[in-house]
Each structure stands twice: as C-alpha cells, then as structure tokens.
Design a protein around this ligand. Structure first.
Ligand SMILES: CC(C)(COP(=O)(O)OP(=O)(O)OC[C@H]1O[C@@H](n2cnc3c(N)ncnc32)[C@H](O)[C@@H]1OP(=O)(O)O)[C@@H](O)C(=O)NCCC(=O)NCCS
Length: 161
C-alpha cells in the first residue's frame, strides 16, 4: 500500500519509517499496558514484529517529516474472545495536540485499505462503547456489543464501502 501524503502529514508503513518504532511502543504502552503493569520492554519487543517482512502484523505512522503525530497497528488478533475475526485495526492513537484534524480517521481508513490490498474483504476493530461513534461516523458498523470482560464493541469495515 503506498503511503498517503497530505499537505500537513504523511501516513507511512512503519517498515519504511522504523525510527518511529520506539515512540509508537511508548504511546501504546502508556495508553493500554502501563496501568496493567506490563513492562514497556515487552511492548517494544512486540513492536519489532511490525518491521518483519510479510503481511500481518504491520504498523502505520502519521508524521509531519520527523515529527510523530499518531499511529495504528494492523494485527491478526486483538480480542482473545473472537479468534475467528482478522485482521484487526488496533491501538489507534493521535497525539493530544493534533487531535480533531482528521488524522485519526485517516489512519483508520488507511489501515482498512491496507488490509484490503492484502486480500482481506473485512477489517475489524474493538472499542469501548463510548468510542464507537467515532468509527461509525465514517462507515464502520457494529457487529457485536458487550464482548469479553471489558464489554467491548466489535465493529467492521468492508471492502468497497
Ligand atoms: C480517538 C482518536 C484516535 C481520534 O483521533 P482524531 O485525530 O482526533 O480524530 P479525527 O480528527 O479524525 O476525528 C474525526 C471525528 O471523530 C470525532 N471524535 C474524535 N474523538 C472521538 C471520540 N472519542 N468519540 C466520538 N467521536 C470522536 C471528532 O470530533 C471528529 O468529528 P467531526 O469530523 O464531526 O468533527 C484520538 O482522540 C485518540 O488518540 N484518543 C486516545 C486513544 C484512543 O482512545 N484510541 C481509540 C481506541 S478505540
């Protein structure tokens, strides 16, 4: 999937911009893993997998030159309760001072398009109920609600929508 370039930022595959890997790992850790006591090193090791050749997993980074703006990961499993679904758009993050400029939406769209370019017809993601409207506003559909111990909503986005 070619990188996306706007006047303000680009969205690149992490394999083409590996210098952002440690920043992505730190943001993912801080947002989703730190509170549960997971060490940053474990997340950083996992992030190295995003640089492997092949299909899944991979990461996308939004950046203005060398400045990190946001990121997302496209992985084969994000919800242990639903191993039958893949791939997943996960860990969507935009730097607080750059929110509200369409970067989150562009990252998620580009992630789904990247999955379709690999031959998948459906992309999945899971979100807390209070976040689902963010995704529904640009074409994601609720598939299941109240899944797993955190009561997550599973949403899908289909090729050609
Ligand atoms: C959620 C997040 C990725 C959105 O990124 P962003 O770059 O601000 O999003 P966009 O600018 O593309 O916003 C697109 C629209 O979604 C809306 N939106 C943003 N955050 C939202 C939220 N939490 N709930 C509902 N709508 C939201 C915006 O108001 C905007 O609406 P508009 O086009 O009508 O003005 C960002 O707030 C973030 O990184 N949050 C912390 C991590 C997180 O919660 N990730 C999602 C996990 S499921």
């Amino acid at each position: 999937m070619p990188r996306l370039q706007t006047q303000l930022y680009a969205i690149s595959d992490l394999r083409d911009q590996p210098d952002f890997c440690s920043t992505v790992a730190e943001r993912v850790w801080r947002a989703w893993w730190e509170e549960a006591g997971h060490p940053l090193e474990r997340v950083a090791e996992h992030m190295e997998e995003m640089l492997d050749d092949g299909t899944l997993p991979f990461g996308l980074v939004a950046h203005g030159g060398a400045k990190y703006l946001g990121s997302t990961l496209i992985i084969s499993c994000d919800l242990d309760d639903r191993p039958q679904y893949a791939p997943w758009v996960a860990a969507v993050w935009v730097e607080a001072e750059h929110r509200g400029q369409g970067i989150g939406r562009a990252l998620v769209r580009h992630a789904a398009e990247s999955a379709f370019s690999l031959g998948y017809d459906i992309a999945y993601l899971c979100a807390l109920p209070e976040k689902q409207s963010f995704y529904e506003a640009f074409g994601w559909h609720r598939l299941e609600e109240n899944v797993g111990p955190h009561g997550l909503t599973v949403l899908t986005f289909s090729r050609g929508v």
